[in-house]
Design a protein around this ligand. Structure first.
Ligand code: UD1
Ligand code: UDP
Length: 368
């Protein structure tokens, strides 16, 4: 059985690693890893191979950045050549990025079966490019692996046949469960290595921030409000912000400044480092999908700067609170958490570190 995996951006790497490891333990499985090159900076891509124990990609399509149409088209053009040459038995795609939908469309036209890992999630907000990617990918996938039961409900409502849908749990949590002990070992050096960290963060805790959604960072007024709100929060608790390249670029383009002794910007960090930072944070402020899940698993309070989430279980069961783009709600939530009023969450069912083994079982049966 030849299984070809297509990945392209940072959150894909944490998802493919445990699936490849689970499949590597099965007899008769030959795997190929294709990186589209959607993310290409060392700290958005290469840094993860070693940390996650991933093999280096067999093929890198090197597509880089571009408009949605250009990026998606480039991936399709280059991936088609690879698939025609390799003719895998099945292609696995991950998450909701442009690489995911581009790969799924190419496979559907070449009649190569598609497995979608992290299927069924819906924000019901089609202004998010990821929502369009999710809807289209799920319509043409042959095997849909969902992380939580809301995913199954969404897919059934959209007319996907029940026999294609497998509730397997969350593969991102597989990686977290495996690497949390290792993340703890990098924590002491991490404190020393960050240049000029916010004062007092070892003693007094800190707020960890990541933001990269176009709705938050592509509009100068929105981004200015957010930066001002974070500046105000930094007066109460040190703020540490490993900044996504999109957001770094927007700050520069819009001439926005993030000064202050307690407001520390740093380049994106590796997975182990970021996991350690989450684990020890007083609170996390984010618009990331994966980080909503990781904080729920870790029991760390998470404030999500979005109006909706495709991961509702992090709100209903976990530690996540949505505040939209409302700076005063953001500041109120921070104050509540600092006053010790954060909610105690639970870990959702099947977020147990074994989702990838369940995917490997399904694939073995499917091919047989
Ligand atoms: C992409 C995904 C998003 C995911 C995020 C994870 C889509 C539509 N979006 O968003 O769902 O949450 O990745 O981080 O697929 N850039 C660099 N270096 C890099 C990568 C990007 O400088 O290695 C800059 C470029 O200016 C680029 C911009 O970031 O134009 C955006 O990159 P892109 O991959 O298009 O989207 P993301 O915002 O990273
Ligand atoms: N992450 C990381 N370094 C960072 C920020 C995030 O390794 O500096 C990890 C994080 O722990 C999670 C994943 O990147 O596993 C989330 O990716 P991202 O927020 O880019 O994408 P999303 O999940 O929103 O699609």
């Amino acid at each position: 059985m030849h299984i070809l995996h297509v990945v392209g951006a940072r959150p894909n790497f944490m998802k493919v690693a445990p699936v490849m490891a689970a499949l590597a333990k099965r007899d008769g499985v030959n795997q190929t890893l294709v990186h589209t090159g959607q993310h290409y900076d060392a700290n958005m891509s290469d840094i993860f191979w070693q940390e996650l124990g991933l093999p280096r990609p067999d093929v890198n399509l090197g597509v880089g950045s571009g408009s949605h149409a250009v990026q998606t088209a480039q991936i399709m053009i280059h991936l088609e050549e690879v698939l025609l040459a390799q003719r895998p038995d099945i292609v696995l795609v991950y998450g909701d990025i442009n690489s995911t939908v581009a790969a799924a469309i190419v496979c559907a036209k070449l009649l190569i079966p598609i497995g979608h890992v992290e299927a069924g999630l819906r924000s019901f907000d089609r202004t998010m490019p990821e929502e369009v990617n999710r809807l289209l990918t799920d319509q043409i996938a042959d095997l849909l692996f969902t992380p939580s039961s809301d995913g199954n409900e969404n897919l059934l409502r959209e007319g996907i046949a029940a026999e294609k849908i497998y509730l397997v749990g969350n593969v991102m949590i597989d990686t977290l469960v495996r690497l949390l002990p290792q993340a703890e070992t990098v924590w002491p050096q991490l404190l020393a290595s960050l240049e000029g960290p916010p004062q007092g963060w070892e003693q007094g805790g800190y707020a960890l921030v990541t933001l990269h959604r176009p709705s938050n960072v592509d509009n100068p007024d929105e981004l200015r409000h957010i930066i001002e709100a974070l500046g105000a929060i930094a007066k109460k608790v040190p703020v540490l912000f490993p900044i996504h390249p999109r957001t770094r670029q927007r700050l520069q383009n819009f001439g926005l400044d993030t000064q202050g002794p307690n407001f520390h910007l740093t380049d994106p960090v590796g997975y182990l480092e970021f996991l350690a930072l989450q684990r020890h944070a007083t609170l996390v402020i984010t618009d990331s999908g994966g980080i909503q899940e990781e904080t729920t698993y870790l029991g760390v309070p998470c404030i999500t700067m979005r109006k909706n989430t495709e991961r509702p279980v992090t709100v209903t069961m976990g530690t996540n609170v949505l505040v939209g783009q409302d700076s005063s709600r953001l500041q109120d939530e921070v104050s509540r958490i600092l006053n010790g009023e954060s909610r105690k969450g639970q870990i959702p069912p099947l977020w147990d570190g074994k989702a990838s083994e369940r995917i490997a079982d399904v694939l073995a049966n499917y091919i047989a």
